[in-house]
Design a protein around this ligand. Structure first.
Ligand code: GLC
Length: 458
């Protein structure tokens, strides 16, 4: 009998003893191949799955501890006093808009003043626009002459001054970075997207441009701890190459936390989740419908008036109470609050923002222990307010007049040993039952902004 070989056509010959099992062998080989393929895919996925480093996890904890940050929108658009979308809204041709750079000369900019402004308000970090949708870089970059150092009579780099001042003063610095660009030919704004890239333009060139700029921002500027992406929603169908972009950032500095204002569920490689103008779980803006809350640290951003960039006509300033309530409501939902201001084109911050935030800062000095370093979601938001906690202490923030003559905290674990008013330490009567804690605070002097009740647990 001749030898049978797997590839031999003779295999089909009935004389070969294993021929009758041919189809079984083929099925087995197919199965093995499929198994090997699945194993390979799994191994590759496991290799590329993002695992945050210990430094990154520490940054996330620290981020959550900081609770309150200053968002700053500042660019050549500030000159027109009509927000950062002015080029788009007023249909200003890019080449005309670019002239704004010729007379952007913020002689009043002083990094010390900005950092002191944030500190006075009780803020612990600053997120500043390094480049917005108009594509103008507010930092010195080698990638394009369209930047504040090369294209304006100012010729200085405010981002460097800010980074250095933040470091000196112990304020953490995050850079806002726009994915969307209205002017660059390689981005080709308005182009149809086919197969994950704009038909016009040069997508690879644009992705490389961003990677180079991000490298500059992370390696040249001291102490950068976060990157805040925005503009994804303009091109949901494009391949943003996040694996490369996020991978690069984490390779350059694994401790940097990445967030993306894409308005959808968090993606692989992100370290915190943000909500635009909404408390987590709300969708008042229409932006948050698809933003399923993740287990990552959370942040919500909101404007001090109704504008991100300087708007000379916007006088709808939020009150001290509105700002504190937003901050407390965010903390109760386990989120940071990033409050935005748009400085004027001369680099100064308008007094209407400064006076309000100085009062907020005084409040934080007095009540900060119930916000900084706390976590939320211990108890779901109630009609009367929200709850934060830290170690053995629970803080009930009574923001609205309770409907009952008591406030009720459902499902509190751990024995409550005492309940006091944070402002003066006076004792408050309470009753702990298996279903929760009843606090009889009807006789105490309610605070006009937030009556904070401290519960000590064993
Ligand atoms: C939106 C706006 C943008 C702003 C951002 C801040 O994405 O388009 O201008 O910078 O919100 O959250």
């Amino acid at each position: 009998m001749r030898m049978c070989k797997y590839a031999d056509v003779q295999m089909k010959n009935k004389l070969c003893p294993i021929n009758k099992n041919n189809s079984e062998i083929r099925t087995m080989i197919k199965k093995l191949t499929l198994f090997a393929l699945l194993f390979y895919c799994f191994a590759v996925k496991a290799q590329t799955a993002y695992t945050p480093t210990a430094d990154n996890l520490a940054s996330r904890e620290n981020f959550q501890d900081m609770k309150f940050g200053l968002f700053i929108h500042w660019g050549i658009y500030s000159e027109l006093g009509d927000g950062e979308w002015v080029m788009h809204e007023r249909k200003i041709p890019y080449n005309n808009y670019k002239r704004l750079a010729d007379f952007f000369n913020p002689q009043g900019f002083n990094a010390k003043e900005w950092v002191q402004f944030a500190k006075r308000a009780g803020m612990k970090y600053i997120t500043v626009t390094s480049r917005h949708h108009d594509g103008f870089s507010m930092f010195g970059t080698k990638t394009s002459p369209y930047n504040i150092v090369d294209a304006t009579p100012y010729h200085k780099d405010p981002m460097m001054e800010l980074a250095q001042e933040c470091q000196k003063e112990g304020i953490e610095l995050h850079f806002y970075y726009s994915l969307l660009d209205w002017g660059r030919p390689d981005y080709a704004y308005g182009s149809p997207i086919v197969n994950g890239a704009p038909v016009k333009g040069d997508w690879d060139s644009y992705i490389n441009f961003m990677k180079t700029q991000l490298t500059e921002l992370i390696t040249n500027y001291p102490g950068v701890k976060g990157i805040w992406f925005d503009g994804h929603w303009e091109r949901p169908a494009v391949n943003w190459h996040y694996d490369e972009i996020y991978g690069l950032i984490h390779k350059l500095n694994p401790a940097i936390i990445i967030g993306n204002n894409h308005h959808v569920a968090v993606k692989q490689g992100e370290d915190f989740q943000m909500f635009e103008k909404d408390l987590p779980g709300n969708n008042n803006t229409g932006f948050s419908a698809d933003s399923k809350i993740s287990s990552l640290p959370l942040e919500t951003c909101e404007t001090i008036n109704n504008s991100w960039g300087f708007n000379i006509n916007d006088r709808s300033y939020k009150t001290v109470k509105q700002i504190i309530h937003y901050l407390v409501n965010a903390a109760g939902r386990n989120a940071n609050f990033l409050l935005n201001i748009g400085p004027m084109p001369n680099g100064k911050i308008q007094p209407e923002f400064a006076d309000t935030l100085a009062v907020v800062g005084k409040w934080m000095q007095k009540n900060g222990e119930s916000i900084y370093g706390t976590r939320g979601n211990l108890v779901a938001p109630q009609q009367w307010g929200v709850v934060t906690y830290k170690n053995n202490t629970i803080y009930a923030h009574v923001l609205n007049t309770p409907q009952q003559p008591y406030i009720f905290l459902p499902s509190v674990k751990g024995k409550i040993t005492k309940v006091t008013l944070l402002s003066d330490g006076s004792s408050i009567k309470f009753k702990q039952q298996p279903e929760g804690v009843f606090i009889y605070a009807d006789h105490i002097n309610a605070d006009a902004i937030d009556t904070i009740i401290e519960l000590t647990t064993k």
